[in-house]
Ligand binder design. Structure first.
Ligand SMILES: NC(=O)c1ccc[n+]([C@@H]2O[C@H](COP(=O)([O-])OP(=O)(O)OC[C@H]3O[C@@H](n4cnc5c(N)ncnc54)[C@H](O)[C@@H]3O)[C@@H](O)[C@H]2O)c1
Length: 422
């Protein structure tokens, strides 16, 4: 069956939804973006992305100028609805599906027979089925594919996103996608939608398997980062250089240890494994331990910095980076931000924070007089302790001889690895 989609609606226009909406618009469909945030909606309608991501502004501007993309706060009729709203966790670490439920109930009002609903938010196994039921509660007039698999009015699929911040516009088109429908016909329809703009391979499966795949991809990353972080802790204790040890271990043809860091942040890796751990705690000891190892890392970094503060007469720390990863402005769950917040609270040092991707400090640290947003050059000139937290490319050009006169806590091996190579 050939499906042609002329009008697609994307619900939630954040890091995932906006690039998706603009990409689909650039491939010819009319796209209605829906977001509860008026700020996001207004920025998009002026042709701007409301966060920083390479090439996204240009894509959004051209989609809005060509009238293929517009944003609004309320849903309207479309053929396809793609939901990309947040899925944080609750206090007990289970998935908070309130945003998905709110989006489901909002689109239910405008759904028509023949529509396709796709969930892209990272979600606990079983969420697509719940989405289907929330909509059924609102619209008893519509046949749903779980109860009417041979002749549903609405099709449902789960299609997780795996794009890398900093390369989103490219990866959205080039990456392989997993597509899991509630029925085979649902998968067919969703496959046709992604076939409009994805050049990667579209892999078919069921909705719950697709949900699981997204979580295990991130749990896999978390476990491997935890291993690297544990090695850096071991090397610290043994007074050995972790960067050298890992670099040389990776010369083994079947070993590929990741880079240690100050912890794990972001919206995905630090959160998604909990969707499995909270549900099957007895069956996921490795994933739980990885979360613990990675969550402890910021405290280890603080323990390394504090003696330098105590020893200095008038400590001034250059804190390099706040984002959760290099070359992005995303501070969500960032261990770098947590570390700077703790140092700010302790109020025994001046902090020159260098984060080239933001213009104002977040409120959690802006409130402290001794914390200033600084340029890289000013921080390098004025500080007498250096704390490297994020590998932004701006930070790699330093005079190592000059810096090595001062205490350096390099949590990512940016300068140590560089010095080692030179
Ligand atoms: N950011 C990533 O790199 C990434 C990667 C893969 C998967 N994901 C997943 O994608 C989902 C979205 O993540 P994100 O990073 O785009 O989040 P985000 O916070 O950047 O964007 C979500 C947007 O949804 C809006 N929203 C919330 N409730 C809404 C509602 N009921 N109706 C309409 N809009 C609503 C918010 O205002 C926000 O603009 C999450 O489940 C996340 O885990 C994110």
């Amino acid at each position: 069956m050939v499906h042609k989609f002329k009008k697609v609606s994307v619900i939630g226009l954040g890091y995932i939804g906006l690039p998706t909406a603009a990409t689909i618009a650039s491939h010819g469909a009319e796209v209605i973006g829906v977001d509860v945030s008026e700020t996001a909606v207004n920025a998009i309608n002026q042709g701007k992305a409301h966060f920083s991501e390479p090439d996204l502004d240009m894509l959004v501007r051209s989609a809005v100028l060509s009238k293929k993309l517009r944003a609004q706060t309320e849903p309207e009729e479309a053929e396809v609805f793609i939901i990309a709203v947040p899925t944080p966790f609750l206090e007990d670490h289970s998935g908070d599906l309130s945003f998905v439920e709110a989006a489901a109930r909002a689109i239910a009002k405008v759904l028509k027979p023949g529509n396709l609903v796709i969930l892209e938010s990272t979600s606990p196994v079983g969420t697509t089925q719940k989405l289907c039921r929330w909509i059924a509660e609102e619209r008893s007039d519509l046949r749903m594919p779980d109860r009417h698999p041979s002749n549903p009015d609405i099709h449902f699929a789960y299609c997780p996103e795996r794009i890398l911040p900093g390369r989103m516009v490219f990866e959205l088109v080039e990456n392989d996608r997993i597509i899991g429908g509630i029925t085979e016909a649902c998968t067919d329809k969703a496959e046709a939608l992604y076939g409009l703009f994805v050049r990667g391979v579209l892999h078919r499966t069921t909705a719950p398997t697709a949900e699981l795949i997204k979580i295990i991809e991130n749990a896999y990353r978390d476990v491997n980062i935890a291993f690297a972080n544990e090695i850096s802790t071991v090397c610290e204790e043994l007074d050995l250089n972790a960067w050298e040890a890992i670099r040389l271990a990776n010369r083994h043809p079947r070993v590929n240890i990741l880079n240690p860091g100050p912890g794990v942040g972001g919206h995905c890796i630090a959160i998604d494994p909990w969707f499995l751990i909270s549900r099957l705690p007895e069956k996921t000891p490795l994933m739980k331990m990885a979360r613990t190892v990675n969550d402890q890392k910021p405290e280890e970094v603080l323990a390394k910095v504090r003696p330098h503060i105590e020893r200095a007469q008038r400590p001034i720390i250059a804190c390099l980076g706040l984002a959760y990863k290099p070359d992005v402005d995303d501070l969500r769950e960032s261990p770098a931000l947590y570390i700077v917040e703790q140092l700010a609270k302790e109020n025994n040092t001046d902090l020159l924070v260098v984060e080239p991707h933001i213009e104002v400090l977040p409120p959690s640290i802006e409130q402290y007089d001794r914390v200033k947003l600084s340029t890289f050059d000013d921080a390098m000139r004025q500080a007498n302790i250096f704390l490297v937290l994020v590998g932004h490319k701006e930070f790699s050009k330093v005079d190592i001889q000059e810096i090595n006169q001062y205490p350096v806590v390099d949590t990512i091996g940016l300068w140590e690895a560089w010095a080692f190579k030179s």
